[in-house]
Design a protein around this ligand. Structure first.
Ligand code: ZN
Length: 108
């Protein structure tokens, strides 16, 4: 899976704020580790930014896991980078994740 394909995939996602599809030019790869990608996207229409995590599995459909608000993007930027343990933890977490993203962030 290369960057262009990932970006193409993200353009099929609609902005959570205004419903506009994301544009390829506004997608930036933040971090990549094997099957897990983090991308920063910004809406070309309402300019809301968010972070998207994508897991690519061999022979399987890619799944978009989450998107984060700009606050969370800032938080990621201030982190020391993603370590293997973090990825493993996230991987395990996502296996059981039911997709209820808003509730996830309500817990802060
Ligand atoms: Zn938007």
């Amino acid at each position: 899976m290369d960057e262009t394909l990932i970006k193409k995939m993200i353009t099929s996602i609609k902005c959570g704020s205004c419903g506009q599809n994301y544009h390829e030019d506004h997608i930036e790869v933040v971090e990549r580790n094997d099957e897990l990608w983090f991308l920063r996207v910004s809406c070309s229409s309402c300019h809301v930014r968010c972070l998207v995590a994508v897991i690519i599995r061999e022979n399987a459909k890619a799944e978009v896991i989450t998107d984060l608000t700009e606050e969370e993007v800032e938080k990621f930027k201030n982190m020391d980078g993603i370590k293997d343990e973090d990825l493993l933890a996230m991987h395990n977490f996502l296996k059981d994740f039911n997709g209820d993203i808003p509730r996830l962030f309500d817990q802060e």
